[in-house]
Design a protein around this ligand. Structure first.
Ligand code: ADP
Length: 483
C-alpha cells in the first residue's frame, strides 16, 4: 500500500504542470490579448500573425448561384459544389467528394502537390458532369497566408505536417492556376482564397447572424473574428492611399514595401470591419508561454518538423495531444511508475498514440477493462492500475488543451466587447474540427473556461454543419454578386 501511495504521489507530481491554476489561465488570456494586439500593428512582431482576409461582411441571405469550393487543410482535400437559393438558409445544396493527400505529396514538391489537387478537381468535375463550365471557385487553404486581396496570398509558413517545397513565399492561388493550366482539361474562375476558420465563421453566420468568430479545433488550432477596420494598422500601412484617420499620428519610415498594388476597396467608407485570421497557434513562438510549457511539450516540439513554431497549437490541437500523452507515458515508464517499467518499441514510436485514442480512453462509458483493451491494441500490456494512470494522463493533457483554447477565446471576446464599447456582448462562435466534435469533454471544458474568464460575454458555440467549404462558396458568392 505504501508503494502504491508513493507511486500515486509521483504520478500526481508529474501531471501537476498540466493542471493550470486560475492565475495561470488568466496569464494565458492576458498573453493572448497582448499577442492579438501586437499582431494587428505591423508584420511579424508577434507570434500571433493576425492576417487580413479581405472578407468584410458575413452573409446576408441574398447569396445565390452555383459555386465550387476546394478545401485543403489537414489530411484530406475536399471538392464541393454548392448551390444557394436566395432567401436565406437551409436553401443550399451540396455535393462533395473527399480525396486523401498522401504523405509523400504533402512533403514532396509544391508542383506535385498542386498537380495532385488539379487532378482531384478534374475527377470531381467529371463526376459532376461539369467540366465545360468555368465555375467561380473559392479555395480554402488552411495555412497562414499573407493576403493582399481576396484572391491573392503568399504562404507564410507550412504548419500541421505539410512541408512541400517551393511554396512558402509563393502566391498559392497562382500555384493552383498554373497547375490547372498544366492539366489543361478544365478552367476555373478562382475568386477567393479562404482560411478554414473564415469559412467556418461564414457558414455558421449563414444560420446565425450573431456569429462573428470562427474556431478550428482539429489537426491544428486557429481562430478568426470580425475586427474594426480602424484597429487594423497593418492594412493602413499597406494601403498607402487610404485616408489617414483623425488622430492617427503620422509615422515615418514604416511603410511596408511588399509589392501591394494598393487595392482601393479598403478605402470604401462603408467598410467598417474585416475578418482577421489570427493564426493564434503561433502564440508562444516568442517565448511568451515558456513558464507554462512542460518538458513533454518541449520534447514534442523538438520532434516536430517545425521546431520552435506553433507552440500554442502544439499544446492544444489534435495533431499533438496524443504525442504529449505518449511523452508522459514514456517518462512514467522509464521511472518505473507504469507498465512495470517496460519501455517497449511501441511506446518509443512517434505518432503511435493518436488523439483518437485519447478521446476513446476518456470516454465516460468505458470501463477500465476496455481501456486496457485499447492499450493492448496499441501493443501496451497494462495492469488495471496502469489503465487508471493512462486515463489520468489523457485527462490532464486534453483538459489543459481545452482550458488554453478557452482562455484564448476569453481574450478574444473581451477584445471584441471593448472594441464596441459594451459592458456586455452576446456572441456566437462557429466551430469545426474533430477534437471539438469528437472528444468527450473538450467542448464542455472550453465553454466553461471561456465563460469563467470572460464573465461580461455570453459566448455560444455553434458547431459547423457543412464545414469550411460552404463558407468558401459563400465568400465566392458575395464577391461575384458585388461585381
Ligand atoms: P482538419 O485536418 O481539417 O483539422 P479534422 O477536423 O477532421 O480535420 O481533424 C482531424 C484531426 O483531429 C486528426 O488529425 C486528429 O488529430 C484529430 N482527431 C480525429 N479523430 C479524433 C477524435 N475522435 N478525438 C479527438 N481528436 C480526433
Amino acid at each position: 500500500a505504501q508503494r502504491l501511495a508513493s507511486q500515486r504521489r509521483k504520478v500526481d507530481e508529474t501531471l501537476a504542470p498540466f493542471r493550470l491554476s486560475q492565475e495561470q489561465l488568466q496569464l494565458v488570456k492576458a498573453r493572448m490579448r497582448a499577442g492579438l494586439k501586437a499582431g494587428l500593428k505591423s508584420k511579424m512582431t508577434s507570434g500571433v500573425k493576425m492576417l487580413p482576409s479581405f472578407v468584410y461582411h458575413t452573409p446576408d441571405g441574398t447569396e445565390h448561384g452555383e459555386y465550387l469550393a476546394l478545401d485543403l487543410g489537414g489530411t484530406n482535400f475536399r471538392a464541393l459544389l454548392v448551390r444557394f437559393k436566395k432567401g436565406l438558409q437551409q436553401n443550399s445544396r451540396l455535393y462533395h467528394k473527399i480525396y486523401t493527400i498522401p504523405l509523400e505529396i504533402m512533403q514532396g514538391t509544391g508542383e506535385e502537390l498542386f498537380d495532385h489537387i488539379a487532378q482531384c478537381v478534374s475527377e470531381f468535375l467529371d463526376y459532376m458532369g461539369m467540366k465545360k463550365a468555368r465555375l467561380p471557385a473559392g479555395f480554402t487553404f488552411s495555412f497562414p497566408c499573407e493576403q493582399t486581396a481576396l484572391d491573392t496570398g503568399t504562404l507564410v509558413t507550412w504548419t500541421k505536417g505539410y512541408k512541400a517545397t517551393d511554396c512558402e513565399g509563393h502566391d498559392v492561388v497562382n500555384m493552383l492556376r498554373e497547375a490547372i493550366k498544366r492539366h489543361n482539361e478544365f478552367d476555373l474562375d478562382i475568386v477567393a482564397l479562404v482560411n478554414d476558420t473564415v469559412g467556418t465563421m461564414m457558414s455558421c453566420a449563414y444560420e446565425d447572424p450573431q456569429c462573428e468568430i470562427g474556431l478550428i479545433a482539429g489537426t491544428g488550432s486557429n481562430v478568426c473574428y470580425m475586427e474594426e477596420m480602424k484597429n487594423i494598422e497593418k492594412i493602413e500601412q499597406k494601403e498607402g492611399e487610404m485616408e489617414k484617420k483623425e488622430g492617427t499620428p503620422e509615422r515615418e519610415g514604416d511603410m511596408q514595401d511588399d509589392g501591394t498594388k494598393g487595392e482601393k476597396k479598403v478605402g470604401d467608407a462603408k467598410i467598417q470591419k474585416m475578418c482577421i485570421n489570427t493564426e493564434w497557434g503561433g502564440l508562444g513562438d516568442d517565448g511568451s508561454l515558456d513558464d507554462i510549457i512542460t518538458p513533454y511539450d518541449i520534447e514534442v516540439d523538438q520532434n516536430s518538423i517545425n521546431t520552435g513554431k506553433q507552440r500554442f497549437e502544439k499544446m492544444t490541437s489534435g495533431m499533438y495531444l496524443g504525442e504529449i500523452v505518449r511523452q508522459v507515458l514514456l517518462d512514467l515508464t522509464r521511472r518505473r511508475l507504469l507498465f512495470k517499467g517496460h519501455v517497449t518499441e511501441t511506446l518509443k514510436t512517434p505518432g503511435i498514440f493518436k488523439t483518437e485514442y485519447v478521446s476513446k480512453i476518456e470516454s465516460d462509458r468505458l470501463a477500465l477493462q476496455q481501456v486496457r483493451t485499447i492499450l493492448q491494441q496499441l501493443g501496451l500490456k497494462s495492469t488495471c492500475n496502469d489503465s487508471i494512470i493512462v486515463k489520468e494522463v489523457c485527462g490532464a493533457v486534453s483538459r489543459r488543451a481545452a482550458q488554453m483554447v478557452g482562455a484564448g477565446m476569453a481574450a478574444l471576446v473581451d477584445k471584441m466587447r471593448e472594441n464596441r464599447g459594451l459592458d456586455h456582448l452576446d456572441i456566437t462562435v462557429g466551430v469545426d474540427g474533430a477534437l471539438y466534435k469528437l472528444h468527450p469533454h473538450f467542448s464542455i471544458v472550453l465553454q466553461e473556461t471561456a465563460r469563467d474568464l470572460a464573465p461580461q460575454c455570453n459566448v455560444t458555440f455553434l458547431p459547423s454543419e457543412e464545414g469550411s467549404g460552404k463558407g468558401a462558396a459563400l465568400i465566392t458568392a458575395v464577391a461575384r454578386q458585388k461585381q
